[in-house]
Design a protein around this ligand. Structure first.
Ligand SMILES: [Fe+2]
Length: 328
């Protein structure tokens, strides 16, 4: 019998079509919401309970990506520099368990130890002289590894370092955390006539960065930073946890809008050589008021499952060599 469509059939077909359209819209709207989610660490809670086999030795490959910045392109440099190298490690999150996607590297503490082992291997040829760690450290989980490590380590707090953890940092690194001889969460040191300026630019448990907070002691960091950046050394390195927003925009995971505007203006006026930050768990190279600025990959985990690793930095006669060391 041939199919015949009457009025009832047409109404039913329209209802089915309406549900189909609504269903497709629902899927695409929820998809958009997922894509528009702000990438903050709360969205990426590490999964516990992932088992690793005892005595299992993972096959880890090391990839190196090099970037050389000639001295003519750097904002500030010292033509009489005595060459030296150092390493920047960021966001070790050292007390965290094995994380999904990075199981073969073990726990966060294992991954930090992997970095130290790789640095020791590099010492045969590249000879880094010290290590900077740019925040979210969880020092309590790796004090012994740092104590046993041969090179000096300089650190700065991240938002994971709460009030008591900041005291732990000051107590463990008493030579660094000083301003005019008194305890301070920010400090500077000299190495081969290059001034390293460590800023504490994050309030505890807050993803937006700040230069002033009840959890950053003592008050007056901005004035101190301006004075440090105006000191006589021709080459200066700034390191901290939260990067300044290059255009001074108001965004999560960056230094706050007004602090970024102050900071960027200060960089333009004082012209440091290079800057290193962490916090974002996505490696980036930025220009902040013309200054080459690196957001360093985390040594523990990165968004989009990007490889873990660290930066090797070499101050040379003709400029600065950066090696991005990736573990795969
Ligand atoms: Fe952070």
């Amino acid at each position: 019998m041939p199919l015949r469509f009457n009025k009832d059939h047409c109404i039913k077909a329209r209802i089915v079509l309406l549900f189909l359209v609504l269903g497709i819209c629902g899927i695409s709207i929820s998809g958009c919401q997922l894509n528009n989610e702000v990438e903050t660490k709360e969205n990426f809670i590490p999964k516990t309970g992932v088992e690793t086999k005892e005595n299992f030795i993972p096959k880890i490959e090391v990839e190196i990506r090099e970037d050389f910045i000639p001295k003519t392109e750097l904002l500030g440099y010292d033509n009489n520099i005595e060459p030296f190298s150092f390493v920047v490690i960021s966001d070790p999150h050292a007390s965290e368990p094995v994380r999904e996607g990075y199981e073969k590297f073990g726990t966060a503490r294992d991954k930090f130890r992997l970095c130290l082992e790789e640095i020791n291997k590099m010492r045969k040829n590249d000879d880094p002289e010290f290590v900077l760690i740019t925040g979210d450290i969880h020092l309590w989980a790796i004090k012994d590894l740092i104590s046993d490590f041969d090179l000096p380590v300089h650190v700065i707090a991240g938002n994971h370092e709460k009030k008591e953890h900041r005291k732990e940092l000051r107590d463990f690194f008493p030579d660094d955390f000083k301003k005019n001889g008194k305890e301070s969460d920010y400090y500077s040191f000299l190495h081969n006539k290059v001034r390293f300026i460590g800023i504490c630019d994050v309030a505890s448990s807050e993803h937006v960065g700040h230069l002033s907070s009840e959890t950053i002691r003592p008050f007056g960091q901005s004035e101190w930073l301006e004075a440090e950046l105006k000191k006589e050394e021709k080459a200066k390195v700034v390191f901290g946890h939260v990067p300044p927003e290059p255009n001074g925009e108001d965004k999560n995971m960056w230094l706050s809008r007004n602090d970024s505007l102050f900071f960027n203006d200060l960089i333009e006026r004082t012209r440091p050589t290079v800057m290193f930050f962490g916090h974002q768990h996505i490696p980036k190279k930025l220009k902040v008021s013309g200054c080459d600025t690196y957001v360093v990959r985390s040594s523990s985990w990165n968004f989009r499952d990007l490889p873990i690793g660290f930066l090797f930095v070499s101050f040379q006669k003709e400029g600065v060599l950066i090696k991005d060391i990736l573990f795969k």
